[in-house]
Ligand binder design. Structure first.
Ligand SMILES: NC(=O)c1ccc[n+]([C@@H]2O[C@H](COP(=O)([O-])OP(=O)(O)OC[C@H]3O[C@@H](n4cnc5c(N)ncnc54)[C@H](O)[C@@H]3O)[C@@H](O)[C@H]2O)c1
Length: 276
């Protein structure tokens, strides 16, 4: 039996589409026959992914802007709609992570992480959502995290931003549901993308991240993209305001976590995980 996602012909914008989860969402959408707008502060990377989508035979557009800038975001969404047509979907995958112990965390880092992950998510949802609300249809997927549900040492700003993304998602789902616009969030655990590979030592990935995961491995970005596509599609037509965990079981139960004491700040300080 095969189930069609029904995404052929839809037009979807992805923030953070130049890399990792966002890039895989773009490729998965192209596979399903959707047109894709790749938005990223890395304009060259976004253009490269747009070329990959076009090579798959689908329409694509790329645009470079910083999601922390509300008015640039609004202008970019207007430009994308001029080029591709009215957006049916949005995935907000732009995000950053800058692990640092809370006692040392610089205000610049705090503002950058909250700015990109939380404010940037809101500005993107607002710019696209106000157009969807006016048209009376649309679906939005925000990217939360296991950090939406619990703390992780060294991630005060990241955890605050990801908990905030879920609160934001619930609010927008309530405000926009009666206009035909659904808003949901996905909560991945560690996913094998440049974000993980750039900042986290290999022994921490295998010794802690894989070890704490009941499925025993990191997620592949395609596995996260597939869940995003479900939430964009009409197969999830009655799902609104949900946080769908795609975490290999990490948050299913505290009894699976073997490293509670090791994950205290002192052990993390000695592990080499902190980048600043
Ligand atoms: N990789 C993981 O383990 C993991 C787990 C849970 C949640 N997430 C979340 O998934 C999302 C994607 O992460 P990823 O692992 O694919 O990371 P990534 O680093 O591979 O990709 C993030 C993209 O966002 C873009 N970006 C960063 N700042 C931006 C800004 N100010 N404006 C526009 N674009 C910007 C980057 O240029 C990059 O292309 C993030 O929100 C991240 O927090 C990732």
């Amino acid at each position: 039996m095969s189930i069609s996602l029904g995404l052929a012909g839809r037009i979807v914008m992805i923030t953070g589409g130049a890399s990792g989860i966002g890039r895989q969402c773009a490729l998965a959408l192209a596979r399903e026959g959707a047109a894709v707008a790749i938005a990223d502060s890395n304009a060259e990377g976004a253009a490269a992914v747009a070329r990959e989508v076009e090579a798959m035979g689908q329409q694509a557009a790329s645009i470079g802007f910083d999601v922390r800038d509300a008015s640039a975001t609004d202008v970019a969404v207007g430009e994308i709609e001029k080029r591709l047509g009215p957006l049916d979907g949005l995935i907000t995958a732009a995000g950053i992570s800058r692990p640092s112990p809370a006692t040392e965390l610089a205000s610049e880092s705090w503002e950058a992480v909250i700015g990109v992950n939380l404010s940037g998510t809101f500005y993107s949802c607002q710019a696209v959502g106000r157009r969807m609300v006016a048209r009376g249809r649309g679906a939005i997927v925000t990217i939360g995290s296991i950090s939406s549900l619990g703390g992780q040492s060294g991630r005060a700003h990241y955890c605050a931003s990801k908990a905030g993304v879920v609160g934001l998602t619930r609010d927008l789902a309530i405000e926009w549901g009666s206009y035909g616009v659904r808003v949901n969030s996905i909560g991945p655990s560690a996913t094998d993308t440049p974000m993980i590979r750039a900042g986290i030592p290999e022994n921490f990935v295998s010794g802690v991240m894989e070890d704490r995961t009941p499925l025993g491995r990191l997620a592949q970005p395609e596995e996260i993209a597939n869940v995003c596509l479900f939430l964009l599609s009409d197969l999830s037509s009655y799902v609104n305001g949900s946080l769908l965990m795609a975490d290999g079981g990490v948050t299913a139960g505290f009894l699976t976590h073997r490293h509670g004491r090791d994950l205290s700040s002192k052990t993390l300080l000695a592990s080499g995980i902190y980048t600043e």
